[in-house]
Ligand binder design. Structure first.
Ligand code: KG4
Ligand code: ZN
Length: 347
């Protein structure tokens, strides 16, 4: 255990989806190492994450990734104060690899074990490097599996305000990219294609789910893109193959604008509802420059919001820095897990 005045080093482990990641973070803020083995290439030909393949790749990479994180951080096991792992939500056969590795290390090295909610960790990624956080905040987490709005008053207890009732925002980007035959993962390729497109070319639906709702629905806009390309009855020819680059770019830009309009509008609603002084943005889709700048504009125009905290790009998609960073606050609060810890699909 650490001496008085010494920093607290936490080893974080992340295997909830298709990234095997480990990191060492001191005092929740100082990133000593961050190692990520991405499986994107393994899943690309299937157009989405295949759980069985993800799990096997985690098993192959988990040990070298952890070893490299410790080496890069230039620490020994004696310097590590706790082992933290994302145990929910995610693919259980992927999560179990990280959970088993963390439990094993905690047991053998006699260190405390800390269980981390992957979504709360995404939220933490927006504040890892910033100190001047005014509360209350609204946090928007947009990833491949989730779209959530939180009332954030403390790192340990974010309160869920709303979430998606069907597709997640990132999932919609991935599916629309597949319809447009753009490369996987879809988010970055839609963003790239959209740069040359006109966001007003096609008026795709913005599903608001009632004037007070803070939930999201993105399956309608995805289906609208599908019908646009294949005809209302899906019996027409697939027009994508004969479309010009400009037409594809216009669809990508119009789709992206529809999704971002909804995300920004709902975040603004949440801000007004709780009187937020700050907005936090995290998750894979937070890497999208258009979303970042539209939320920035919304924050500048809203009272009483003062500031937007966006996760640095390297911490938007899955990583273990966010896990180790959040674990510091659980460590300080004495919130430890034990050897009965299990992975959970939901959370
Ligand atoms: O957070 P993340 O790494 O994994 C989950 O926890 O789900 O997010 C991955 C998602 C994918 O759907 C990917 O297409 C999307 O984030 N994404 C983006 C961008 N970069 C990644 N979506 C829109 N624009 C981007 N630039
Ligand atoms: Zn994630």
């Amino acid at each position: 255990m650490q001496e008085k005045g010494e920093s607290i080093n936490i080893l974080g482990i992340e295997t909830s989806c298709d990234e095997t990641a480990a990191a060492v973070v001191a005092d929740g803020r100082i990133v000593k190492s961050s190692v990520i083995a991405s499986q994107t290439k393994l899943h690309a030909k299937y157009g989405g994450v295949v759980p069985e393949i993800a799990s096997r790749a985690h098993i192959e990479k988990i040990y070298p990734v952890i070893a490299e994180a410790i080496e890069q951080a230039d620490v020994t096991k004696e310097d590590i104060d706790a082992i933290a792992v994302a145990n929910q939500p995610g693919l259980t056969i992927a999560l179990i690899v990280g959970v088993t590795a963390a439990k094993t290390l905690a047991f053998v090295w006699e260190k405390p074990l800390i269980a981390i909610n992957h979504l709360h960790a995404h939220l933490q990624s927006a504040v890892v490097t910033d100190e001047d956080l005014q509360l209350p905040a609204v946090a928007l987490i947009v990833s491949g599996g989730h779209t959530c709005l939180y009332d954030y008053r403390s790192a340990l207890e974010p309160k869920l305000l709303g979430s998606t009732i069907d597709d997640a925002a990132g999932e919609a980007f991935d599916k629309v990219a597949a319809i447009l035959r753009l490369s996987y993962p879809g988010g970055p390729s839609i963003e790239e294609a959209a740069k040359k497109g006109n966001p007003d070319a096609i008026k795709f639906p913005r599903s608001m789910l009632g004037k007070d709702s803070l939930d999201f629905s993105f399956s309608g806009v995805k289906t609208a893109v599908l019908y646009y390309c294949r005809g209302q009855d899906m019996k027409g020819e697939n027009k994508v193959d004969s479309m010009s680059g400009q037409e594809i770019a216009d669809i990508a830009a119009s789709f992206q604008a529809a999704v971002i309009d909804v995300l920004v509008k709902k975040t603004q609603r949440a801000v007004e509802r709780i009187g937020a002084k700050t907005v936090l943005l995290g998750g894979g889709v937070a890497a999208n420059n258009e979303l970042r700048s539209r939320l920035q504009q919304m924050c500048e125009a809203s009272v009483p919001v003062k500031k937007l905290f966006v996760a640095p790009k390297q911490y938007c998609t899955d990583n273990a820095v966010m896990v180790a960073s959040l674990a510091y606050y659980k460590f300080k609060a004495g919130l430890f897990a034990d050897m009965t810890l299990e992975p959970k699909a939901t959370g």
